[in-house]
Design a protein around this ligand. Structure first.
Ligand code: NAP
Length: 258
């Protein structure tokens, strides 16, 4: 297929269903000519993800990858090496925090939840980048992850995930420096609120959507496809000198003081 991503191949981690930002990213990358492999967290999601993969093309590959298990990330790297030889992009679009740590008093977040959120939402980016870096080296490859303005500003109820996103954004900068030597870029997209499975776990999420619509410079919420298009841009040669950055796709919300 022709397009800026023609001849490039990569993996998108984090498709749960058709509302997932990861799915929007996979569609944009495929529409621009890339060969995209998808992962699913476990058997529960396998059938749904395989069905979506079929929409990208009959030969779209899917692999299991629950990032809690290091061995599954090792196996993913082995499978991608076998199937693709090398890799031009990694899209990391996963996060987890227990629902009870996404509402109420921040000071009550649990230790167990803290460890789990950091492991799934932050360490997984570093661990995947590490395992896939030999496949990406020397190909001007790109790593993209998803973050939220709650990393640097207080968003009531976002609580534990805000701390995890701050660590994720810092990891983006350290990874950008570490992988830059091999020509691999690392960036994050800070997306405005979008109704997805994960987002529904955040307390009063509808209020956040209403707030953006009323106060953002563009007075509207974003769509998953807006994020997908910027993921494709960050994976394409058009962004070849952008790395270690956080790009906002949020109708300009982050620019506002009130
Ligand atoms: P989503 O569709 O629910 O995607 C989250 C993904 O993370 C799911 O596929 C989920 O799988 C996966 N995940 C959780 N634990 C995992 C594990 N142990 N191993 C592998 N995968 C795991 O929600 P989304 O909104 O698209 O979220 C994608 C990313 O965008 C997240 O980093 C999120 O924080 C970020 N983001 C979202 C918004 C928003 O408003 N939606 C805004 C800014 C940033 P399961 O469903 O099986 O748990």
């Amino acid at each position: 297929m022709a397009g800026p991503m023609a001849g490039k191949c990569g993996v998108v981690v984090g498709v749960a269903n058709k509302r997932s930002l990861a799915w929007a990213a996979a569609k944009s990358l495929a529409a621009q000519g890339a060969r995209v492999a998808l992962t699913y967290q476990g058997e529960r999601l396998r059938e749904g993800v395989e069905k979506l993969a079929g929409e990208l093309g009959p030969k779209t590959l899917t692999f299991p990858c629950d990032v809690i298990h290091l061995r599954q990330m090792d196996r993913l790297a082995e499978s991608l090496k076998r199937e693709f030889g090398g890799l031009d992009f990694l899209v990391h679009s996963i996060a987890f925090a227990p629902t009870e740590d996404l509402k109420g008093r921040f000071r009550q977040i649990s230790r167990k939840g803290f460890h789990r959120a950091m492991d799934v939402s932050v360490y997984s980016l570093v661990a995947l980048a590490h395992r896939l870096s030999p496949l990406m080296a020397g190909r001007e490859a790109s790593v993209v992850t998803l973050t939220y303005v709650g990393a640097t500003r207080v968003i009531p109820n976002y609580n534990l995930m805000g701390v995890a996103k701050a660590a994720l954004e810092s990891s983006v900068r350290y990874l950008a420096y570490d992988l830059g030597e091999e020509g691999t870029r690392v960036n994050a997209i800070s997306a405005g609120p979008v109704r997805t499975l994960s987002a529904s776990a955040v307390g009063d999420f509808v209020k956040i959507l209403d707030h953006v619509e009323q106060t953002a410079p563009l007075r509207r919420n974003i769509e998953a496809g807006d994020v997908g298009n910027v993921v494709a841009f960050l994976c394409s040669p058009a962004s070849r000198n952008i790395t270690g950055d956080v790009l906002f796709v949020d109708s300009g919300s982050h620019a506002m003081g009130v």
